[in-house]
Design a protein around this ligand. Structure first.
Ligand code: AMP
Ligand code: MG
Length: 349
């Protein structure tokens, strides 16, 4: 398949947006930027179009898709909107927050992966909003990567994964949040935080104190239970196995350096992922060091996380050692993704 590729440099070109919208209306698939990560979009109400998303991603069809809207009137898609869900929408939309609601029959089973609920979000990225408006339908969009890889947060990574597999790829710089949306399930009571994101649990509690979050829940996914030793399901994962080292600051560094030396003695190329404060410590001849930014700035770490993981693929490292980040605020979401990328391979020191 010939993929049309356009990357907006300084300003959005409406002609290309219109062309993308035409493709969506015809039942095609278009990758586009959002503030969280790049999305792989199709008409959420067209079951044949939605099937093409799963094909392009190589994604299991039992994984439901989030629909992206440009209008806050959800009456066509959701049976009921609880008052607190509405308040969250009023406060955080457009933005990186997805709400799970009981769906109407208009949403095909392909989109919801057989569930009677649907995840809905209004993105704040301008290109995304213009594309949804011009398409005249909600756009179902998972992250625009091949299933299992870290999500793309820029045009180049989308092209790397999807060139030749989709009708069009639109780019407009890097995703400013860099992590997938926060997801809250309002089809159950009390409502549940299903996936932490840039909008934190504390942010949510300011609107609805009933929301519950059980971190172990995000791990209780049976796909993540190792099927055999050394064979874990990993999500958001770079090619090389990743180990998180967490705990007491001085000890973490010592352990990472000791492990690195061990691997090097075995002839392995070692990558280290840590905040830029530790650059001097790790930036040694034999270590491929990637800094995600300052540990004082968790938004910066979040924004750079997936690109950092994908850069290790480019560097052809054999193993990755990552410092754990503080699990406060956005740090909860950062560590959630990092733990999944490691297959929950964590050393506490
Ligand atoms: P994304 O990874 O951003 O494409 O979001 C897709 C994820 O959102 C899925 O893997 C689910 O974890 C979650 N999700 C989407 N729709 C639903 C739903 N109806 N019920 C529960 N979780 C959902
Ligand atoms: Mg994804």
């Amino acid at each position: 398949m010939e993929t049309i590729k356009v990357n907006f440099e300084n300003r959005i070109d409406m002609e290309w947006i219109e062309q993308g919208a035409e493709i969506i209306k015809r039942g095609g698939v278009v990758a586009f930027p959002t503030e969280t990560v790049y999305g792989l979009g199709a008409d959420a109400l067209n079951q044949d179009a939605v099937k093409k998303i799963f094909e392009a991603k190589g994604r299991p069809q039992d994984n439901p898709l989030i629909i992206h809207v440009a209008d806050a009137d959800l009456s066509a898609f959701a049976q009921e909107i609880p008052g607190k869900a509405q308040e969250l929408m009023d406060k955080f939309w457009p933005g990186p927050l997805t709400l799970i609601l009981k769906k109407t029959d208009l949403i095909p089973m392909e989109t919801s992966a057989g569930l009677d609920t649907v995840g809905i979000r209004m993105p704040s990225n301008e290109t995304a909003m213009l594309l949804i408006r011009a398409s005249g339908c909600p756009i179902a969009a998972p992250s625009a990567n091949i299933s299992g890889k870290p999500s793309p947060t820029n045009f180049r990574r989308c092209v790397e994964d999807l060139d030749g597999r989709v009708d069009m790829i639109i780019g407009d710089g890097s995703s400013i949040v860099g992590l997938e949306s926060t997801i809250v399930d309002y089809s159950v009571h009390p409502p549940r935080l299903l996936r932490p994101g840039y909008i934190t649990y504390d942010d949510l509690l300011t609107v609805d104190h009933e929301i519950v979050y059980d971190e172990a829940m995000t791990r209780a996914d049976e796909k993540e239970i190792p099927k055999a030793p050394g064979m874990k399901y990993r999500h958001y994962a770079p090619k090389a196995p990743l180990t998180i080292i967490t705990g007491n600051e001085g000890k973490v560094e010592k352990r990472i350096l000791a492990l690195a030396e061990n691997y090097q003695n075995q002839g392995k190329v070692v990558g280290v992922l840590a905040p830029k404060e530790r650059e001097k410590m790790y930036n040694k001849e034999n270590i491929r060091f990637i800094s995600l930014g300052s540990e004082k700035n968790s938004s910066e770490i979040a924004r750079n996380l997936f690109e950092g993981l994908r850069t290790f693929d480019d560097l052809n490292v054999d193993v990755i050692l990552a410092e754990g980040f503080s699990e406060k605020g956005v740090g909860v979401a950062i560590m959630n993704r990092l733990k999944k990328a490691s297959g929950f391979n964590i050393i506490e020191v």
